[in-house]
Design a protein. Sequence first.
Length: 261
Amino acid sequence: MNILDKITLDKRKEVELRKSLIPTSQLEQSVLFERQTVSLATNLRNSKSGIIAEHKRRSPSKSVINNGLNVQDVAKGYQDAGVCGMSVLTDGKYFGGSLDDLLTARASCNLPLLRKEFIMDEYQMLEAKAYGADVILLIAAILSRNEIKQFSEFAKSLHLDVLLEVHNEEELHKSVMPSLDMLGVNNRNLKTFDVSLNTSKSLSSLIPNEFVKVSESGISNIEAIKELQHYGYQGFLIGENFMKTDNPGASATEFIKSLEQ
């Protein structure tokens, strides 16, 4: 069993438990549920840098990245840096995140927020909406084509943007459908954790132009972004590169200044 299988197995149990504790009616009564969402896809289309900055305490591949920062400071710092959106890890067991992190980020900035999560139930999208997210992530590796269709259409009914993540050509072919806004290529092989930007390059021509192309994982320098922009990428998800510093906001500011020169 690889790490992705373990995570999805644990996630199914977790979601069933959450559903038994908090009914959907309670989520729908949240103050934030009626909030007008902000489109990350639109921000990326209109941006020179295309940076989506992440709040991430740890990961299965790197263990602890940074446990010493509070979400409020990180969110404010990213907003001041001029990023296009913020990704917030909400998985607790493997990434040290929580829905409360999403709530804190929402109270601290006006950026489009992506709930970075292993989504396998419509309930998780109701949670995302209730806790202030604007965007949800769907991972092709753990979902069937029917599930991708069902979940992406449900997300659109909640006015949430949809970022669909793929790792290879097979996942891409099963995933392309009108209810997506962005197609993300994860450069990290989830079975081996090896990272290669060639994954983004080789899949770029197969992604229809109506979707915003996003490259994820392993992006740590300006050169990588400039190279990927030639392949039509408009979004770049950066987590560890900013989070491993003492001040992710300042780190993102310097990065974006250098990129836009």
